[in-house]
Design a protein around this ligand. Structure first.
Ligand SMILES: Cc1cc2nc3c(=O)[nH]c(=O)nc-3n(C[C@H](O)[C@H](O)[C@H](O)COP(=O)(O)OP(=O)(O)OC[C@H]3O[C@@H](n4cnc5c(N)ncnc54)[C@H](O)[C@@H]3O)c2cc1C
Ligand code: FES
Ligand code: FES
Length: 515
């Protein structure tokens, strides 16, 4: 088992470089520098740890990012500070951890075997349950501990939403989490964090990673120019961001991809820039980053992100990936369409912008040419008189895909609707505007009235012919769409959020600080 060192000597970078590689994949696992030169780049981290590192504490429950049994922590520098992201190692690919420090469940206790307070709390409160789910719960709590998040019941609900227990329950685990509030960090723990931070600093100047093994290549350019050129040279390469979709193609569909082109280290793609008339969200911005930056100004977006997958999914999944995948049930597209966002596309040195709703053509087809990629999204400021709200309906509160997702931007004057931008997910083969409904609303009062079902249903039927599928029937989707509109109008009239989760969001403070 790798050991942790409190000295900086181990932070020396691997010097060895093999033919065909720009350099090895450079990272630390539980305090030990581990260069990788020959494992396939499409190997999942769960596979790497269990098969190649002998670290079998992380478990495989679902292999699709749902259960959290495989959770590991990834440390990166953000604004010079070490930040920890819990990720589902079953769908996180080997080279994606380049220039990071990894902690697995084997690296939580101190090297002399002294238990970490997180482990001790789980024992003391009878939260150490079966061998499948417990390692994941330990790692999620440990992520919260390292990031100094809060441990109230509401905060723990969010922190642990990506960890499932299929049998016993969550009470003892929540109580263990609550017991961690306010506990100090021991000096041995801060020392190992310093070692890891030193390693990450030393990694900052490493050249771009061009990795190849077993005939599969992985390139992680550092500039937009280099990325664009690489995609022109290799149009069949698979652009990869957080792999929360792509990881499942590999584990569930057994797809073999020959070449990956990563957005992860491209300068400027991972940041949100405030502009005079709005914000530009780089394609590689993660959902966690976006929720932190935008959730306060757009509380409904904050709430949407809180219900987007889990902490693990939000810490790797990106805004660009959620749009580029063209999914008809992706959560962000309807919200951003209603907010009148533009998508920025780039091919070589050429860039173009189009309205996000024009990007989605039909199921599985977007307005994207060969070698063209998504640089980011521009979200204009809401103009005076406009109000935005959005609602996700899914069968489960956490970690579930929407059956219907409704997003509404309404302009009102003297309590009358004068303009509207409305979009739905789950109602068509693409995220789509409800143009008939928008027209029908103009001139109506903001406050909903009795007996409006006919004209609303008529407009919705002109806009959509939803599918019957496992998530919902056509009739349910149409009824839900009407009810979401009425809920939005009622909220706009009363100024009171009408949702069960509203209090939870405020209490959790997740909009201000998420992982
Ligand atoms: C457990 C779980 C829960 C989930 N919950 C939700 C949810 O609640 N709501 C929801 O909407 N989705 C959900 N998802 C789906 C997924 O997390 C999101 O769609 C995510 O945003 C995808 O981003 P990514 O960075 O992981 O994309 P990747 O998997 O890396 O890529 C997805 C696709 O986008 C393309 N791509 C990525 N970036 C670019 C770019 N810059 N330019 C061009 N193409 C690009 C890739 O080539 C690929 O085709 C969930 C997934 C899992 C596994
Ligand atoms: S094994 Fe279930 S999330 Fe990874
Ligand atoms: S799944 Fe582990 S105790 Fe329930």
């Amino acid at each position: 088992m790798p050991t942790l060192s409190a000295t900086n000597d181990d932070a020396a970078l691997p010097a060895k470089t093999e033919a065909g590689l720009s350099r090895p994949i450079s990272l630390m696992i539980n305090g030990t520098v581990c260069p990788f030169t020959d494992l396939r780049p499409d190997s999942s981290w769960l596979e790497v740890l269990r098969r190649h590192q002998g670290l079998v504490g992380s478990k495989e429950g679902c292999a699709e990012g749902d259960c959290g049994a495989c959770t590991i922590l990834l440390g990166r520098l953000r604004d010079g500070e070490l930040v920890w992201q819990p990720v589902n190692s079953c769908i996180f690919l080997l080279p994606m951890a380049d220039k990071t420090v990894i902690r697995t469940v084997e690296g939580v206790a101190y090297e002399d075997g002294k238990l970490h307070p997180v482990q001790q709390a789980l024992i003391d409160h009878h939260g150490s349950q079966c061998g499948f789910c417990t390692p994941g719960f330990v790692m999620s709590l440990y992520g919260g501990w390292l990031n100094r998040s809060g441990f109230t019941a509401a905060e723990l609900d969010d922190l642990l939403a990506g960890n499932l227990c299929r049998c016993t329950g969550y009470g003892p685990i929540i109580r263990a989490g609550q017991a961690l509030a306010g506990l100090p960090m021991a000096s041995w723990e801060t020392e190992r964090l310093e070692t890891e931070t030193a390693f990450l600093r030393a990694c900052e100047d490493l050249p771009e990673l061009a990795y190849q093994a077993a005939g599969v290549s992985y390139l992680a350019p550092h500039t937009k120019e280099a990325f664009s050129q690489a995609y022109l040279d290799q149009p069949d390469a698979q652009i990869i961001a957080g792999a929360t979709d792509i990881g499942l193609w590999i584990t569930k569909q057994n797809r073999k991809l020959a070449a990956f082109l990563s957005v992860q280290h491209v300068e400027g793609l991972g940041s949100i820039t405030e502009q005079e008339d709005g914000v530009f969200i780089g394609a590689a911005v993660t959902h966690a980053q976006a929720a932190d930056a935008l959730g306060k100004d757009f509380p409904d977006l904050g709430e949407l992100w809180r219900r987007f997958g889990s902490v693990q999914v939000r810490s790797s999944g990106t805004v660009g990936g959620n749009i580029a995948n063209g999914s008809p049930i992706g959560d962000l597209a309807p919200a951003l369409i209603a907010l009148d966002a533009d998508i920025w596309l780039r091919r070589g040195t050429e860039t173009r912008q189009l309205k996000l709703d024009d990007f989605f053509i039909t199921y599985g087809q977007q307005d994207r040419r060969e070698s063209e990629w998504v640089e980011g999204l521009f979200m204009p400021k809401l103009q005076p008189g406009w109000r935005f709200s959005c609602y996700k309906l899914s069968r489960r509160f956490d970690q579930d895909i929407s059956a219907v997702m409704g997003a509404f931007a309404l302009k009102t004057e003297n309590a009358v609707i004068t303009d509207a931008r409305i979009a739905f997910g789950g109602m068509a083969g693409i995220p789509q505007r409800a143009k008939s409904l928008e027209q029908a609303l103009i001139g109506q009062t903001v406050s909903p009235a009795q007996g409006e079902e006919n004209w609303i249903d008529h407009a919705l039927a002109e806009d959509f012919t939803p599918l019957d599928d496992v998530r919902a029937s056509q009739a349910y989707r149409l009824l839900a769409a009407r009810n979401l509109l009425q809920k939005c109008r009622l909220e706009a009239t009363t100024g009171t959020p009408l949702r069960l989760a509203g209090d939870g969001l405020a209490e959790s403070g997740l909009c201000e600080k998420s992982l």
